[in-house]
Design a protein around this ligand. Structure first.
Ligand code: UD1
Length: 430
């Protein structure tokens, strides 16, 4: 497995451009299964999670082609209704194939999804929603079988504004009989992007981005072209990397309104933010200030996915910051690794108390999950001396060639492949 080797201490400077949002591309690609014809999706990032999703679509009978960041999916002939456990376990979003398959072919045989190990992550809300839409669901250990004689519109009240459950309901009910209303729907920009794509295909989805979404089922959808929104979590990763190194960078292709939940924290850290057209210029101070309190919450509040990278930046701020995680019960797993750099972070009851230290020192650390891995990169960019980060397959799920992008900004960062790592280990042990 590859590792990242980072020689910390360089100040980030220059320009970087965001790739498309992983969490938008995944549901949109799943939903192409509903469409008889060729959907063309632009700005589709080259990530391992996307490759897995495309493999699943091919297995289900779709013709898939990728040309750089453009992907076409022709779902004229769907020939299978089951997905094997290995593919399902690779990522959480595979559960969205439940709604897509049930709507398209009337039945689905899948397994419980996997994804980052950041908490329990049950799928009860997805299952209950499917049942409300007239789908019968049988669970047997880790396998889930669903069938329906036709999806019927329903009023669904979500006890929690789950992103995935909202997406599954939209996908399942876009082609259906009757009207579906989602009360307490998730409001994330990725939900709006999914609705925009499906509406271009002829769906009638109203209110995406608000707490109540109405879906008037249509008979069929027609293919269209769509461009995925820029990745707001990638933007907050670059912002954290810039902040921690006292940098001065321009991030291109940002959607400022998607980033308003994180702007106040960076400003409180002492960063200056300048927005011009689709670019964000961020200038960090020599030493960051502490942030009094951050609480992760569903959009439009501070995103849980940005939390680890911001905590890594705050580890060297002047003063004590407090960060409360409310979405996932095990999202601070990376902190044990982060503290190997010499940071002083205590976690108890999903509350992190970050006592800012003056400097970090290089360390050999292991990535625990996708965003936790990104937090380790942020810390290593600041740390004195050389750091290595292993298990970076987690990071590759959400960041396309992150080392090349950070190198363009002046970071001293290299990907070392498995063979080189083994050679080095042999040399050390000789
Ligand atoms: C999506 C994002 C993920 C992000 C999260 C919250 C994708 C591919 N992933 O994940 O990056 O961190 O939103 O913004 O878009 N829950 C249940 N039962 C369910 C579903 C969810 O209890 O059936 C709980 C989860 O365990 C979690 C909370 O609800 O504690 C939030 O989950 P949800 O909003 O569904 O997140 P995901 O869609 O999994």
């Amino acid at each position: 497995m590859d590792i990242l080797k980072i020689n910390g201490g360089n100040t980030l400077k220059g320009e970087v451009t965001l790739h498309g949002a992983k969490n938008s591309a995944l549901p949109i690609l799943c939903s192409t299964l509903l469409i008889k014809g060729e959907s063309i999706i632009h700005n589709c990032p080259q990530l391992s999670d996307i490759a897995e999703t495309l493999e699943i679509l091919e297995h289900l009978g779709c013709k898939v082609e990728r040309n750089a960041d453009t992907v076409s999916v022709d779902a004229s002939n769907v020939t299978a209704n089951s997905i094997d456990e290995a593919h399902m376990r690779k990522m959480r979003s595979s559960v969205l194939f439940l709604g897509a398959l049930v709507s398209r072919v009337g039945c689905a045989e899948i397994f419980l999804p996997g994804g980052c190990d950041i908490g329990m992550r049950p799928v009860d809300l997805h299952i209950k929603a499917m049942e409300s839409l007239g789908v019968s669901v049988a669970e047997n250990g880790s396998s889930i079988s669903c069938k329906t004689l036709g999806v019927k519109g329903a009023k669904i009240i979500l006890p929690f504004a789950s992103v995935g459950a909202t997406e599954n309901i939209i996908i399942c009910s876009a082609v259906s009989k009757g009207k579906t209303t989602i009360i307490n729907a998730a409001r994330e920009p990725e939900i709006s992007d999914l609705a925009e794509f499906l509406n271009k295909c002829g769906a009638r989805i109203y209110g995406a981005g608000e707490s109540t979404i109405e879906i008037e089922g249509v008979k069929e959808l027609k293919p269209c072209e769509h461009r995925i929104i820029p990745d707001r979590i990638l933007a907050s990763t670059y912002m954290s990397a810039c902040a921690v190194t006292g940098g001065d960078i321009v991030i291109n292709d940002v959607k400022a309104s998607h980033l308003t939940p994180v702007f106040p924290s960076f400003m409180e850290m002492g960063c200056r933010l300048y927005l011009k057209d689709k670019s964000l210029h961020i200038v960090a101070p020599k030493r960051l200030k502490r942030v009094k309190s951050i609480k992760t919450m569903p959009y439009p509040a501070f995103p849980t996915d940005s939390q680890p990278m911001v905590v890594a930046a705050l580890s060297v701020a002047n003063g004590t910051s407090v960060v409360k995680e409310t979405i996932f019960e095990n999202r601070f797993r990376y902190v044990g690794e982060l503290n190997r750099f010499g940071s002083d972070i205590d976690v108890s009851d999903n509350l992190a108390v970050i006592n800012g230290v003056k400097e970090l020192n290089g360390a050999n650390v292991i990535s625990t999950d996708l965003r936790g891995g990104a937090a380790l990169i942020v810390a290593a960019l600041k740390a004195n001396g050389v750091s290595t980060i292993s298990d970076i397959y987690h990071i590759d799920r959400g960041y396309a060639q992150i080392e090349q992008e950070l190198e363009k900004l002046g970071a001293d960062i290299k990907r070392i492949n498995n063979e080189e790592v083994r050679k080095r280990e042999k040399e050390i042990n000789a």
